[in-house]
Design a binder for this molecule. Sequence first.
Ligand SMILES: Nc1ncnc2c1ncn2[C@@H]1O[C@H](COP(=O)(O)OP(=O)(O)OP(=O)(O)O)[C@@H](O)[C@H]1O
Length: 622
Amino acid sequence: MIRAFLRALGPEQAGPVKRSLALTTAVSVLQGVVFALLVPVLTELLREGPRAALGWAAALALVTLVYALLRTLGLFVNFRVGGAISHGLHHRIGEHLVRLPLGWFTGNRVGELNRVVTDGVSRSTNVPVHIYPPLADAVVTPVVAVSVLFVWDWRIALAAAACLPVVWMVFTLSNDAVGRNDAARDAVSDEAASRVLEYARSQPVLRAFGRTEQGGQSLDRALTSEHGAARRLLLRIAPVMLAYSFTVRLTFALIMVCAVVFVLDGGLDPALAVALLVLVARFTHPLATAADQGAALRMATNRLDRINAVLDARPLPEPESPVLPQGAVVEFDDVTFSYDRKKDAPALDGVTLRAEPGTLTALIGPSGSGKTTVARLLARFHDADRGQVRLGGADVRDIGSEELSRHVALVFQDVYLFDATIAENLRLAAPDATGEQLDRAAALSGLDTVLADLPEGWNTRVGEGGTALSGGQKQRVSIARALLKDAPVVVLDEASSALDSENEALVTRTAVELARDRTVLVIAHRLATVAAADRVVFLEAGRVVESGAPDELLERGGRYADFVRTRERARGWRLTASDVTPPPASTATEDHENDPARARPLRRTRPGTSGAPGAVTAHEPS
Ligand SMILES: Nc1ncnc2c1ncn2[C@@H]1O[C@H](COP(=O)(O)OP(=O)(O)OP(=O)(O)O)[C@@H](O)[C@H]1O
């Protein structure tokens, strides 16, 4: 246990924890001495009267005083160490989590982490404060008392000493049973915690489809199995705990019988026998509670093992001499990657692609084809199994995570906002951003119109996870946050579920705008965005099956053309390769797919270029 404890706490906390445990052990030893001193005091009192007992009583009073002082000191020290453990563990877990690859944080880990950080840490904090002191009293005090018994009567001492190994054996059995069954219950509790979170999060979907009852079934099952595991734990440990308690009481009865026999034999002074039995009765009580404390310690050790498992998760290796990316070209060179090499087919299989600064690349393909995985490998959520992901000519593994994160801004679909103001949420990207910079990001992302409608503007609190804002509003905050970061590479995961048309068009517009001077990759679901891209990369089953300019691909009549046709049918769109005049000054025209009256070709050009013949345009069907 102590090894698991010290491993979890790390070297800084090891010293104070060892000192606290040593002090607690010393206090329990002293308690044994106090109990032992009762024997001469009582013997003299019963044999000769109070006067004869005075010397021993003074010694007892002195040792008791020292014991009380040390016990009080121990209490303070243990509470302080408990606080330091809580702080230290949170700190260590937190520091470790930020170094773990983002790919580690899958859905199930949320429930597990929640329990590790709350229940795990609080039980560990309890070890020096509430668990170890009574356990030391239960184990160390009797051992000291039995040792001292040898001074007064070796036969009684021998009888007590002979019982201790049996008591220890039953104690170990009970501890093992608790350990095994608690670990089994813990796994089931994790599952239940995850299901509770899932049930709460999926309420909108469940209600929308009238499946609240069915949706609750997996939660019901998880809770029922948690209840079953708790009952099994109780049923399996109750007999061994009872057996332990019985053994301790049997020990006391045995020693008492021995004492009576020796007194009747005339070999033991009755006064000494009474005193010895008082001593034995005194240490039997804490000994009887040892099984409870042992169980609590075993459960805490199980939690510590889980904390250690989190701390053992390997961070992605950081380069010893980080390389700075030279520019913002994104390259995937024959990249293969599997989430689970033993179980799954590769999510990416020999992917090669290149995205230049000042261009917009649309990643498209069927669901599960690997688009999001491309974005994740670029941001180094995971490392490629084979091949190289490069940014500005440098392998992302050689760049160093902080530098990489400065270079790549991600806007994912599942926008998470902190329960703070809109301004504070944006400043997460650039803590020192000026009001002017915030306003610029807001204007570019369309957040300015949202702010204008909110009475408290920038100071509006968004609620936990951004619940006080609509999906589109959250996305605007998220885009503005990415803009404020001012990273040369932006990855935008366009919402696959429908946002309102204004918000959808905004995402396309922002992507186009950003691509003027950045490398922009969009996981695109909308034809308008695809049409506005410079290059399209079509993925299927983790492979690039087609790539090139959208109009070229359309003319080629391959997978991309099929994709476009399917989408056109689904949305009543028509997308053609046509010769159109580039729009004047503006670099990006608006998407009016839902406004026939204003429908204009959607296309983009960069400064200094004119619309090339064959540019892809999107029209409402006539
Ligand atoms: N965290 C994960 N663990 C295991 N497998 C995963 C994980 N994320 C994705 N996959 C698998 O990897 C493959 C590629 O998934 P990816 O999310 O990259 O596809 P996608 O093209 O972005 O899909 P969609 O358009 O539906 O978001 C799929 O087979 C998917 O099941």
